[in-house]
Ligand binder design. Structure first.
Ligand code: F6P
Length: 357
């Protein structure tokens, strides 16, 4: 009997989601003769009646889809099913409606593509449903536990690196300190990787406590002895790791960490500093070949797990191969930059200042 499996993308979008959806539908059709249903707008589509879902025809899932950014199914990082924000300002548990919507699709399995937050929500949502669920990790932040790579990270790093490649010549032409603020939520993976690949002079991440005075000294020495410009990368959450900041120090109130840093570096070094806040540009791009490969490998494995009768697991990239791990070991945890790991060692060995020594 032909089986029907569902796939949804949930949480913030990133590059490689379409390649994941494509891989799932192709593997389901070619490997097992199964039909794949695409659930639209993440969990939000489960509240519509009929549920917002479309059958995915593998003949239409060509190479163009693999290279397309975003997710053609749509996604949401809004509206926790268990405390859903209502128009009157109250919160309501709407998980029952979503479960009912899910049941109406008559699926034999569900694949959810999400980051740690979305995977935790989906797992909880699936508890009362007798439906095997497999998670696929995606997030530019690369902070999902028990996988070395999440779909979307490689593309975000490539974009942040390209931004540094572009900031370097303009900074050098004007003797400026160029500050690049990158995303990453509470993890500094994008910042560290881009700083190394893009030849930054300074990188500030939430995992390493830093002091402005150390950054200022580093830039001052650099400007005296080597060159007049500098490249600084700062992760969006790095502010939390700053040590010894004077509470009285004035900074523009509404500005981001990157803008604040540029302002403070100008005041402290006398150099002109400019900030670029990269923002959602890191999410919306065409996926790198690496992200397309990862998406394809993880998507295929997710379907194979359903075929093998597995449930409540996440596919993962580990030690140069695809594995799967229990979802309970993934949710509620986060994988931040290893402060004794290769990335930090490499950055220090290249003379990149982390603001701590
Ligand atoms: O988790 C992905 C991410 O892009 C983070 O890096 C960033 O902090 C956040 O999402 C931005 O979320 P939003 O799109 O809701 O502004």
């Amino acid at each position: 009997m032909t089986k029907r499996i569902g796939i949804l993308t949930s949480g913030g979008d990133c590059a490689g989601l379409n390649a994941t959806i494509r891989a799932v539908a192709l593997r389901a059709q070619h490997g097992y003769g199964w039909e794949t249903i695409g659930l639209q707008r993440g969990t939000l589509g489960l509240l519509s009646r009929p549920v917002a879902a479309v059958p995915l025809d593998p003949r239409r899932l060509d190479a163009a889809l693999a290279r397309q950014g975003g997710t053609f199914l749509g996604s949401t990082n809004w509206g926790n099913p268990f405390a859903f924000p209502m128009p009157d300002g109250s919160e309501k548990d709407r998980s029952g409606e979503m479960v009912e919507g899910l049941r109406s699709l008559d699926l034999d399995g569900l694949i959810g593509v999400g980051g740690d937050g979305s995977l935790a929500i989906l797992r909880r949502l699936m508890e009362p449903v007798d439906l095997p669920f497999i998670g696929v990790p995606k997030t530019i932040d690369n902070d999902v536990h028990r996988t070395e790579r999440a779909v979307g990270y490689s593309t975000a790093v490539a974009i942040a690196t390209e931004a540094l490649d572009r900031l370097h010549p303009t900074g050098a032409s004007h003797d400026r300190v160029m500050v690049l603020e990158v995303m990453g939520r509470d993890a500094g993976h994008i910042a560290m990787a881009a700083a190394i690949a893009g030849g930054a002079d300074v990188v500030l991440i939430p995992e390493v406590p830093w002091r402005l005075s150390i950054v200022v000294d580093h830039i001052a020495i650099l400007r005296r002895t080597a060159r007049t410009s500098a490249l600084v990368v700062v992760a969006e959450a790095a502010g939390a790791a700053e040590q010894g900041r004077a509470e009285t120090e004035a900074v523009p109130a509404e500005s981001s960490i990157g803008e604040q840093l540029a302002h403070r570096l100008t005041a402290a070094t006398g150099a002109e500093a400019r900030a670029t806040v990269l923002g959602h540009v890191q999410r919306g791009a065409m996926p790198t070949a690496e992200d397309r490969l990862l998406a394809s490998a993880l998507g295929v494995r997710a379907v194979d797990l359903l075929a093998a009768g597995k449930a409540d697991r996440m596919v993962a990239w580990w030690n140069r191969t695809v594995i799967d791990v229990p979802l309970e070991k993934v949710v509620g945890r986060s994988r931040t930059v290893d402060i004794d790991g290769a990335m930090i060692r490499t950055a220090r060995a290249l003379g990149i200042c982390l603001g701590d020594s």
